[in-house]
Design a protein around this ligand. Structure first.
Ligand code: SF4
Ligand code: SF4
Length: 129
């Protein structure tokens, strides 16, 4: 079903830029468990904290965990797993166009209503509770 609207090209564009997604408390717990390091060490080495916002550090224009792919795949933040099939697409077609623009894996030939119909089925079982 998902392949009708998206097929990842492993281009890594979504892991590049000057910011990354933010981590919530569960993300931090999962990342610490995956890296098998003390939380303080994970925070010091890999994360940057701005006020209440915790994000991954950026190195050479990409997420510190990016190296020809995600190196922490099982421990990555849930928002990384959600991308690019973001629920905001369902409320505004401009969001679909904007995500299509930044992610080459998004199918371009599916009309907005049809895209939303499929997306609802794809994200329904996996949306964060
Ligand atoms: S930008 Fe899209 S196609 Fe490229 S790696 Fe990210 S999700 Fe996959
Ligand atoms: S954690 Fe992985 S998927 Fe998320 S931005 Fe970093 S490299 Fe990309």
């Amino acid at each position: 079903m998902e392949k009708k609207i998206f097929s990842c090209r492993q281009c890594g564009y979504c892991c590049h830029g000057e910011t990354t997604v933010s981590l919530d408390d569960n993300d931090l717990v999962r990342l610490v468990a995956f890296l098998k390091m003390p939380e303080k060490e994970v925070l010091r080495r890999y994360l940057r904290i701005t006020g209440n916002v915790v994000q991954m550090k950026i190195v050479d224009g990409h997420c510190i965990f990016y190296n020809h792919g995600c190196t922490v795949h099982p421990g990555k933040p849930w928002r990384c797993g959600q991308w690019p099939l973001h629920p905001s697409i369902l409320t505004d077609s401009n969001n679909l166009e904007s995500i299509r623009h930044s992610c080459p894996g998004m199918k371009k030939d599916v009309a907005y209503d049809e895209f939303c119909r499929i997306l609802k089925q794809v994200i329904a079982p996996v949306e964060k509770k």
